[in-house]
Ligand binder design. Structure first.
Ligand code: ADP
Length: 160
């Protein structure tokens, strides 16, 4: 499990400029960043997993060291399978901390060789979440600066 390979897991429903800020920071730090879309059977997503993957591939294509993949089951099993030694996560505000702490410590218990690395996004993204983006889109609000143009188009088409 290499510390030069990081997995950035999440729902990415849809990818936002906050996610991209983090991916760009991670891409400078690691040899490979695997953006891994969680196939979560419980959730009611807006976009299907293939739609989310397609958008992610489109908006990360300028970074050769960024790969987009899908996983289900335990993240530690997926990390072992991919030979990744790092989980990359973003912390926006104090409110993210408690959940992230719990996840990171549980993942450490399940696989002590796996290290969680937290990064802070740029300030304009510290209040941005995919959930808020979905809500603004559903209410017909402006999405400029929140998501890439291609994601905005897909949101508009999905909601229309
Ligand atoms: P969201 O919370 O927006 O629905 P995900 O569940 O896909 O996003 O989150 C995946 C990871 O990305 C988490 O570690 C989350 O904290 C991080 N993240 C999400 N939005 C941002 C943002 N605006 N800035 C930094 N990190 C973020």
């Amino acid at each position: 499990m290499k510390t030069s390979v990081a997995i950035y897991p999440g729902s990415f429903d849809p990818v936002t400029n906050g996610h991209l800020d983090l991916i760009e920071r991670g891409e400078k730090m690691f040899d490979l960043v695997i953006v891994a879309v969680l196939q979560n059977v419980d959730k009611q997503p807006l976009f299907t997993v293939p739609e989310r993957v397609e958008m992610l591939r489109e908006v990360t294509k300028q970074w050769p060291a960024v790969e987009v993949d899908v996983f289900k089951g335990l993240l530690v099993d997926y990390a072992r399978k991919r030979g990744a030694g790092v989980i990359l996560r973003g912390i926006r505000a104090v409110s993210d901390y408690e959940y992230e702490l719990q996840m990171a410590l549980m993942n450490r218990k399940l696989e002590p060789r796996l290290e969680t690395v937290f990064m802070l996004p740029g300030e304009p993204y510290s209040y941005l979440s995919a959930k808020l983006v979905r809500e603004i889109a559903q209410l017909g609000g402006p999405l400029t600066d929140l998501v890439p143009a291609v994601v905005e188009q897909k949101l508009r088409a999905k909601i229309a």
